[in-house]
Design a protein around this ligand. Structure first.
Ligand code: ATP
Ligand code: MG
Length: 356
């Protein structure tokens, strides 16, 4: 029997709304692929939802449950992967403090994704102190599970880089690991934290519907949700604008419409044919492409809608809460062990605790 422990995977989503197609191509699809082979932890970052919506308690609770429904609908299997609720894993909050000491103010405030979010989420000067803190919190979310891989969309790369920096620094300062150690050698050299690697999804950054300048995002009102009806999918796809005037105008197959075609029309030969005709302006309108595209997306979403319907029956929410509780219990075993290892390294080992 092979007793080598399986490599761990950690990733997650903030419950600021339902899951959309960007999540699917950026991360969720990979999770479904990896859950059979790796020891997977999928985190509900509900604490982070409070950074921008601290007064929307009812909505955050609802979104937390709805995101799990989306996960299960998308094919995540709670018997294979562990579903984790951030606010019930105290080790994460504690580790956040320690990592906050290891990262500089400029590491956090200069994080390009954070800078971009402050602009695009209309937070101006009124954002909470806790908002930038979420980036440090995310280091703890990840490192609490000492994962090898973190499957995420491209916007998360700066966060993963910060996390890697915090892990290297911790290992160097508290575990005596040399700063010349290659990233894959930290654990062997006695570090508490392996240096995790981002795995960017099949589509690194899916644009939102509209002119395609922003990424598809729950907070930007430009998303096609996994739970949208076939009609809504078509309506939203119709919102894509390319600026092309007529079916006979040679089109740019690098435009936003074709980013969607490449992402969602599964038949490569059909995609090539559409591209060829569009590029030549061979009597093919944007409207036609949008219809084929919406049909392909609906084919992808149909089985998800069917699975989701099961959890929308009476008692569905209780079932979901049960899955969250069971997963979080398993997750706490790992996170508590990590925290104790970290505390030992930091000379804070005044006694090991057990949770509730
Ligand atoms: P919010 O607007 O609240 O930040 P979001 O839509 O950006 O929400 P997150 O919960 O921040 O969603 O992201 C969850 C995961 O999905 C991350 O790995 C992120 O990189 C990935 N992701 C989100 N949007 C996209 C996108 N448009 N394309 C590819 N991946 C994405
Ligand atoms: Mg985001």
């Amino acid at each position: 029997m092979n007793t080598t422990p399986r490599a761990r995977v950690l990733t997650g989503d903030t419950p600021t709304g339902r899951l959309h197609l960007g999540h699917w191509v950026g991360s969720v699809e990979k999770r479904v692929e990896m859950q059979g082979e790796y020891d997977c932890y999928f985190l509900l970052a509900n604490m982070h939802a409070y950074t921008t919506r601290f007064d929307k308690t009812e909505e955050i609770r609802r979104d937390t449950i709805e995101i799990v429904k989306d996960w299960l609908a998308a094919g995540i299997d709670p018997d294979k992967a562990t579903i984790v609720l951030q606010t019930e894993v105290p080790a994460i909050a504690e580790l956040t403090w320690y990592f906050a000491m290891l990262l500089t103010f400029n590491d956090v405030m200069g994080n390009p994704t954070l800078v971009h979010e402050l602009k695009t989420k209309n937070l101006a000067d009124s954002y909470s102190f806790g908002f930038p803190m979420y980036t440090v919190g995310q280091c703890a979310d990840i490192l609490a599970f000492r994962p090898t891989f973190v499957p995420v969309g491209e916007d998360q790369e700066p966060h993963i880089e910060m996390c890697r920096k915090a892990a290297r620094k911790f290992n160097q300062i508290y575990c005596g690991v040399s700063d010349r150690t290659p990233d894959d050698g930290y654990a062997k050299a006695g570090g508490v934290f392996p240096i995790p690697r981002a795995l960017i999804g099949r589509v690194a950054r899916l644009p939102g519907v509209g002119d395609g300048t922003q990424k598809m995002s729950k907070s930007l009102n430009n998303a096609i949700y996994l739970s949208d009806s076939p009609k809504d999918v078509q309506k939203k796809i119709n919102k894509i604008t390319t600026g092309r005037q007529s079916p006979t105008e040679p089109g740019d197959t690098g435009n936003i419409l074709f980013k969607f075609v490449e992402a969602f029309i599964p038949d490569a030969a059909r995609t090539a044919e559409l591209k060829d005709r569009y590029a030549r302006g061979d009597n093919i309108g944007d409207g036609h492409v949008k219809q084929e595209l919406a049909a392909a997306i609906n084919d992808l979403l149909e089985p998800m809608r069917a699975r989701r319907a099961e959890f929308e029956k009476p008692g569905g929410d209780d079932h979901i809460i049960d899955i969250i509780r069971q997963g979080t219990r398993r997750a706490n075993l790992v996170a508590e062990e990590t925290l104790y290892m970290a505390k030992q390294a930091m000379k804070m080992d005044f006694g090991r605790r057990t949770l509730g």
